[in-house]
Design a protein around this ligand. Structure first.
Ligand SMILES: [Zn+2]
Length: 511
């Protein structure tokens, strides 16, 4: 028994490493740990069965040699993603075939070497120790992440009386990465004034110089849904910060306040991105129409392996994400619970460049997105697609708003972005090097609010997103809004630091 354990130890450790490391690497981001665990267990099971099969076939070979070689071969299987990035980033070769060729050579060389070396004495022990260390380090870091995990705090005590307050339905729709009108005009020569005028005629007020408080999706939405600066600030502040996870899935201060006022809760999940998926506490969950599509965690896992290009070839349709759009939400109005209700919909348009201006699919040779940059930087090729997608989204908004207002004339509607856009190398620069233009592009957000006329005076021109529901709830409760100062903090992806804007030496605002 002990001998068996010893024999299989390197295999299990090396088959676990890709998953433990992946979970740890993505711990600060939104990732579905249950999916990672499931695939980790499946892969381990497959490897053990393969090892038993190989031992039966290669009976003349020492068992350790067969198992150890297989362990190494399985490990190298997960290095395809790294090889692919190297090929794409260093050698600027976008086609999978180069990465596949290089990865294939590496796989053959390393597996061959393992076969050759694993007859040496103590090879199993050495491999076990090395693999054990490789698993323990990320496992320990991951355990620390969980130990420091900061869940969303206890619900605030709601003392405001709802007596006499008008209980209008509230529709909160986030259009991911929809930049502010002045910035769209400046960067793309794209004029959205006719669209905004049409919104005004439907009772909206446009917050013309609205800013995000933090320029990243999950942290910006956290701030809005907490109605407070709930994200920690400082160097390394994001290490171990998980307070956004539950909030984005409906367990947040805004929803609790609406619940306390007697509202029901409708959550529309974007599809493709798991961060804003339905958390289970909602009265109605609006989901995309493609339930069998891979989720983002699965795609990220797949990306590590040479199965990605194979899957692209074999099942291009299964890899397409199940996104929803504004019309999908509007089409479900009839299924909404009895009023009053609060809708929260996070939509990935225009972040994901899906449409031509007439809302037909954008001709997209590379599949998912025209952005080469993983953090939503609009590339040169992406510029016309970004403008086209917003043109389509504007049409969808006007049509959807008309339908909502027709059915629900008292509707309070908030249409917002979580952050603006970035061009060029903004996200590869150190935070302190962002200049004012880059700040305005990324922080400037589309923000249109349809409130009863008596509440509109609370919407000052530079109202930032943190104050959104301080205005809406005060309006519903018939009191003065207690607004927070509008502050912005810089942050970027794969970096745990959050800095107050005042730390910008190059930003004229802070001088
Ligand atoms: Zn976003």
């Amino acid at each position: 028994m002990i001998a068996r354990l010893r024999l299989f130890a390197p295999l299990v450790l090396m088959a676990s490493w890709p998953f433990v490391n992946f979970a740890n690497f993505n711990a600060a981001d939104v990732v579905n740990f249950a999916v990672v665990l499931t695939y980790g267990l499946i892969f381990n099971a497959v490897m053990v069965v393969a090892a038993l099969g190989a031992m039966a076939i290669l009976r003349r070979q020492p068992a350790a040699r067969v198992v150890n070689t297989l362990a190494v071969a399985g490990f190298v299987f997960f290095t395809f993603g790294a090889v692919n990035s190297l090929i794409q980033e260093v050698f600027d070769l976008g086609r999978f075939r180069y990465a596949l060729a290089l990865w294939g050579l590496i796989w053959i060389a390393v597996t061959g070497l393992a076969w050759h070396l694993s007859t040496a004495r103590h090879s199993t022990t050495i491999l076990s120790l090395a693999a054990g260390a490789a698993v323990l380090v990320p496992a320990f870091e991951l355990a620390q992440h969980f130990a420091q995990r900061q869940e969303a705090g206890p619900p605030p005590t709601v003392t405001a009386s709802a007596a006499g307050a008008a209980k209008a339905n509230v529709y909160f729709v986030v259009f991911d990465e929809y930049g502010r009108a002045d910035q769209l005009l400046d960067a793309f020569g794209f004029d959205v004034k006719p669209f905004q005028d049409a919104l005004r005629s439907q009772g909206f007020k446009i917050v013309a110089r609205s800013n995000a408080n933090i320029p990243m999706t999950h942290l910006s939405l956290t701030t809005t849904l907490a109605m407070d600066y709930a994200v920690p600030v400082g160097p390394g502040a994001l290490d171990g910060f998980y307070g956004y996870k539950l909030r984005l899935r409906g367990n947040n201060e805004v929803v609790r306040r609406f619940r306390a006022l007697g509202y029901r809760y409708v959550h529309a999940q974007p599809g493709r991105w798991e961060g804003s998926r339905c958390g289970g506490g909602e009265d109605l969950c609006i989901k995309g129409a493609t339930p069998h599509a891979f989720n983002e965690t699965e795609i990220a896992l797949l990306r590590m392996t040479p199965l990605l290009p194979v899957a692209w070839k074999l099942f291009p349709n299964s890899l397409k994400y199940g996104r929803i759009q504004f019309p999908d939400v509007v089409a479900r109005l009839k299924d909404f619970p009895a009023p009053p209700y609060f809708l929260y919909a996070h939509l990935l348009q225009p972040h994901d460049l899906q449409f031509a201006a007439d809302c037909s699919p954008y001709p997209n040779p590379r599949g998912l997105t025209l952005r080469d940059h993983p953090w939503g930087t609009v590339t040169e090729a992406g510029k016309p697609a970004y403008v086209a997608t917003i043109t389509c989204v504007n049409r969808q908004i006007l049509k959807g708003v008309e339908a909502i207002v027709r059915a629900d004339p008292e509707a309070i509607i908030v249409l917002q972005a979580d952050h603006g856009f970035a061009l060029d190398d903004t996200f590869t620069k150190p935070l302190a090097d962002w200049n004012e233009t880059e700040f305005n592009r990324r922080f400037g957000v589309f923000n249109a609010m349809r409130l009863p006329p008596r509440c509109r005076s609370a919407l000052h021109e530079t109202l930032s997103l943190v104050n959104t529901f301080r205005v809406v709830l005060a309006c519903l409760e018939g009191r003065q809004a207690d607004l927070l100062p509008d502050r912005s903090y810089v942050s970027k992806y794969n970096n745990p630091d959050i800095l107050p804007l005042a730390k910008f030496p190059k930003n004229p605002r802070s001088r």
